[in-house]
Design a protein around this ligand. Structure first.
Ligand code: SF4
Length: 318
């Protein structure tokens, strides 16, 4: 298979016991447009990496193609800027063969829900331990305003100049419908405290954690989230001890719904509800099986190989 990819950064090892700060993860200067929501997401991710003290050379960011997929360039970790829609199979392969690494996947809405849709569904089902971020600005930005599956119906774009024809896909409902999905959340980049708390909960979850991040694109879809940004009453927070609770935003976002993330039926109800934008952990079930635990992994060390061989021989003992 021809694969256009880059191994992005030569990692400088830290030679001291000094803790990693946010600047420890700064890569190239971000080239997103001024005002793009991706900048705030990058900051939240750097904050998460520092809070978790992730070792840069044991951390990998994998992306597909799109504005948001430039993410790995802007972090001083390992990175794989791959091909359109294929970030999840690459991430899965990395995690299966290097389980000690922390693997993050970054996709846009077109990348994930269109060309990458089959990988998205099966990655959720396989439930490998990945932190998956889908940055949803409801448009193909890199290719200059083409309708994506999450573009609201009626939005004028360069591919559908009379307004997009179909109702938008709901990535939360789709994710919640996948057998064995174990973590589904939604947050918004213009609520940075909630964004950070959600990403941290997603990272700490064992299994595939899918986070849809509502993301402003001031160039091509400036109107889509504008009224929700101006008017906090359009947002409802799903709060629970097993989800995310962000006390510092409670005075601004006064609509809070106590939602147990184990309640799949309620999660689907809130995902479908269009009276408000719901932010929080919709569903979480850490007991769901992970592929890497259930499959018989290839032995890696001589000791493991010997042990496996002895087990096989023992089957034929008389
Ligand atoms: Fe961000 Fe939109 Fe610019 Fe892409 S086109 S970098 S999504 S503001």
């Amino acid at each position: 298979m021809s694969l256009s990819c880059e191994l992005l950064h030569v990692i400088q090892r830290k030679g001291s016991d000094e803790p990693y700060g946010m600047d420890s993860y700064e890569g190239a200067r971000a080239r997103w447009c001024a005002g793009c929501g991706d900048h705030g997401i990058l900051t939240a991710v750097q904050r998460l990496l520092a809070a978790e003290q992730l070792v840069p050379e044991q951390t990998v960011f994998v992306s597909g193609i799109g504005c948001s997929s430039r993410f790995p360039h802007y972090l001083k970790t390992y990175g794989f800027h791959g091909i359109h829609g294929r970030a999840l199979p690459v991430s899965t392969g990395i995690k299966l063969h290097r389980p000690e690494l922390s693997v993050f996947t970054v996709m846009g809405d077109g990348d994930c829900t269109s060309i990458g849709a089959a990988h998205w569904i099966h990655a959720l089902r396989y439930n490998v331990d990945l932190t998956v971020m889908m940055l949803d600005n409801a448009i193909y930005g890199l290719t200059k305003k083409q309708t994506s599956p999450t573009t609201p119906q009626g939005t004028v774009s360069n591919t559908q100049p009379r307004g997009s024809y179909l109702p938008a896909m709901n990535p939360l409902s789709v994710s919640l419908g996948v057998t064995n999905a174990s973590f589904v959340a939604q947050t918004a980049e213009w609520v940075p405290a909630h964004l950070y708390a959600t990403l941290r909960a997603a990272y700490q979850h064992k299994g595939t954690s899918f986070v849809r991040i509502l993301q402003r694109c001031p160039v091509f879809t400036p109107e889509i989230f504008a009224s929700a940004v101006r008017d906090p009453s359009q947002i409802a927070l799903l709060v629970h001890d097993d989800g995310v609770i962000v006390p510092e935003i409670e005075k601004i976002y006064k609509t809070q719904i106590h939602h147990d993330p184990r309640d799949l039926a309620a999660a689907r109800h809130y995902a479908e509800s269009d009276d408000r934008i719901h932010l929080g952990v919709f569903f979480r079930d850490p007991s769901r099986p992970r592929y890497e635990e259930t499959r018989r992994t290839t032995p890696r060390t001589p000791t493991e190989r010997n042990t496996r061989l002895e087990e096989e021989f023992d089957k034929y003992a008389v």
